[in-house]
Design a protein around this ligand. Structure first.
Ligand SMILES: *[C@@H]1O[C@H](CO)[C@@H](O)[C@H](O)[C@H]1NC(C)=O
Ligand SMILES: *[C@@H]1O[C@H](CO)[C@@H](O)[C@H](O)[C@H]1NC(C)=O
Ligand SMILES: *[C@@H]1O[C@H](CO)[C@@H](O)[C@H](O)[C@H]1NC(C)=O
Ligand SMILES: *[C@@H]1O[C@H](CO)[C@@H](O)[C@H](O)[C@H]1NC(C)=O
Ligand SMILES: *[C@@H]1O[C@H](CO)[C@@H](O)[C@H](O)[C@H]1NC(C)=O
Length: 578
């Protein structure tokens, strides 16, 4: 009896152990293949970035953006958002916009010498004392955000920069620019004008019309500027505008798209998660991660539920009237593709995954993502058929890969990269696509191609930049580190329905911004009779190999909001249910 059991065990062992060995070997093999592929892909993105960057430096710098077909330049900072091209400056020779937008990408690519060269040039030659009317939102996310982020990277001791040459020149420039923004906020409501002349302030008879994202996407850059300079005016102005904007929400917790800054009245009541609104949602979530204000978390939570309830239709998001919640426009816009990335930060991986897949299907259908697509007819919008090298799908792909480590997302990244190289790469850089049905090109290389598109593709394949530090990325892709001393106080401990609680303030080394998220009980049980909403939950990133060591590493499941536990093999899951 005893002997036969032993024999059985030995036999079993002989059968199983080679199998285990083979499984381990093939695991190792595929991991190595994966690592080699990631390395190859990241090198390809690096080449793309330098093709765009070197051509800009050769043919356009110090003007704003490159025209890659004619190998010349455009001083486009004054044209951004200016569809009718009104009040264009007579004497404006650019602000080296694309160089400013490339700063954080250069650091992520590890090119510190070029980063330093850029800092020296900018500190000697850049001036904002120019007679140019610019869009506050665009100038904030591109120029102020680019400078503030680069300042932090330049002073970060881990980036091995030559400290001697850096005497806060970028911060001085940012502060000067921030001061030039302040007159825009002098309105009866505190909501800022959409336009500001950098030299003269708000011009006479300036339009009072602006957008929700124009008022609600300033807090990250201006808040960071206040924390860095000690001058609270920037954060105060941005926060006041954000609070006012939030007070204008409807009883359904929805906002419109355009409004009047003098009266605080809505102009366009229909809104969605795309153009004119997108980064408002993004900045609520990210401002909470960066500054830890409960007030902002509460705004985000209500706003997010509003979106999921009134805009969402399966994996799609249509527009709706803020007053009634009834659907208005059934359109997919290219800008909406950022939403799955935001949902990853929230913890709604399943919803993020399903929307992302639909966006990618449309990308594959046309080769790139068209600006506007009519969902009800499954056809292109008759006029908005362009693809201006936008980053949003690559951005969401990066976030989903970070959260799931599913290699499928790398294939998506590869496919995006192949399309960009096949359709938009020209001798003089990367050109926008005017019409996705003909792939006819347009003579414009937008600065966000360097700040975002290349950056997110690179980070998808090489995330070593994120290894030692948590960052949130602004809506223009500029990283800001998550530092606990920027939080006024640690976030509260939220109690879950089953009595267990998650500590949200815990700072874990090698965790991502995702680990600061929480799964408040109030969200799960919100309106029990309403149709099921995805929960906003905590999905910690348990490190490079995605393994856990204890239950504390696992947080909460996005679908059930139940605490997950760590299995003996080191994987997070709902093991207690099995
Ligand atoms: C812009 O460039 C033109 C031509 O080089 C020059 O005449 C003009 O003075 C410059 N304007 C400013 C404000 O620097
Ligand atoms: C940094 O960028 C410059 C300009 O493209 C290039 O000449 C140089 O080789 C780059 N250095 C590294 C280390 O990649
Ligand atoms: C500043 O610009 C001038 C004119 O383009 C140039 O001569 C000078 O070298 C620049 N400074 C630096 C540090 O590159
Ligand atoms: C994403 O969706 C696909 C297709 O429905 C599914 O196979 C995959 O497991 C999903 N991944 C995640 C992380 O939810
Ligand atoms: C969470 O629950 C614990 C014990 O169950 C209680 O002591 C604590 O006050 C609760 N915290 C909050 C924020 O409700």
């Amino acid at each position: 009896m005893f002997q036969s059991t032993v024999v059985k065990w030995i036999l079993l062992y002989l059968v199983i152990s080679p199998t285990i060995f083979i499984i381990c070997l093939s695991d190792l093999h595929s991991n190595n293949l994966l690592a080699a592929k990631r390395k190859r892909m990241s090198e390809r993105v690096r080449k793309m970035f330098y093709h765009a960057y070197d051509n800009y430096m050769m043919y356009a710098f110090p003007h704003d953006e490159l025209k890659p077909l004619t190998k010349t330049f455009t001083d486009s900072l004054s044209e951004l958002g200016n569809l009718k091209l009104e009040h264009l400056p007579q004497q404006y020779n650019g602000s080296a916009l694309t160089l400013i937008e490339s700063l954080s990408s250069l650091v992520i690519l590890g090119n510190y010498t070029e980063f330093e060269k850029a800092i020296i040039w900018l500190s000697e030659n850049l001036s904002f004392d120019v007679d140019a009317r610019v869009n506050l939102f665009e100038c904030n996310i591109r120029v102020l955000g680019g400078l503030v982020s680069a300042h932090i990277l330049a002073t970060d001791s881990t980036n091995r920069l030559v400290q001697l040459i850096y005497k806060n020149q970028l911060l001085d420039l940012a502060e000067d620019l921030g001061r030039r923004f302040l007159p825009a906020f002098k309105t009866p409501t505190g909501l800022p004008y959409a336009w500001i002349n950098l030299k003269h302030g708000v011009i006479v008879d300036e339009t009072t019309e602006t957008s929700t994202s124009g008022c609600g996407s300033l807090i990250l850059e201006m808040g960071a500027l206040s924390r860095l300079t000690g001058d609270t005016r920037f954060e105060t102005a941005a926060l006041r505008a954000l609070r006012k904007l939030w007070s204008m929400r409807s009883s359904l917790n929805l906002l419109g798209t355009t409004l009047d800054v003098a009266t605080g009245d809505w102009i366009e009541y229909s809104s969605g998660i795309g153009a004119g609104v997108d980064s408002f949602y993004e900045y609520l979530m990210k401002a909470y991660v960066l500054f830890g204000r409960d007030e902002i978390w509460k705004m985000f939570q209500s706003a997010y539920i509003g979106v999921q309830k009134y805009f969402r239709h399966g994996p799609w998001y249509h527009e709706a009237d803020m007053r009634t919640g009834t659907a208005t426009y059934w359109q997919l816009t290219s800008l909406q593709a950022f939403w799955p990335g935001l949902q990853v930060l929230v913890g709604d991986i399943e919803a993020a995954n399903s929307s992302h897949r639909e966006f990618f299907k449309v990308w594959k259908k046309y080769g790139v993502l068209p600006e506007r697509y009519l969902l009800d007819h499954q056809v292109l919008h008759p006029t908005e058929k362009y693809y201006p090298l936008r980053p949003e799908l690559a951005e969401s792909t990066f976030y989903l890969y970070q959260a799931t480590k599913d290699p499928w997302y790398m294939e998506v990244g590869e496919s995006i990269m192949n399309s960009l190289n096949a359709h938009t790469r020209v001798k003089g850089g990367f050109a926008s696509i005017r019409d996705v049905t003909t792939m006819q090109l347009e003579d414009h290389q937008h600065s966000f191609f360097l700040a975002e598109t290349c950056k997110y593709l690179y980070l998808l394949f090489d995330d070593s930049f994120l290894r030692n530090q948590n960052y949130i990325f602004t809506t223009e892709g500029h990283p800001l580190p998550v530092r606990i001393n920027w939080h006024e106080k640690l976030p509260r401990v939220y109690n879950l329905s089953d009595g267990s609680s998650i500590k949200t303030g815990k700072q874990r080394k090698r965790s991502s911004a995702m680990s600061l998220q929480i799964c408040p009980a109030s969200m799960i049980h919100h309106e029990p009779n309403a149709r099921r909403l995805e929960s906003a939950c905590h999905i910690p990133d348990t490190g490079a190999d995605h393994r856990c060591f204890s239950d504390d590493d696992c947080g909460v499941d996005a679908n059930t909001c139940r605490r997950r536990s760590c299995s003996l093999a080191g994987y997070c899951g709902l093991w207690s249910l099995i």
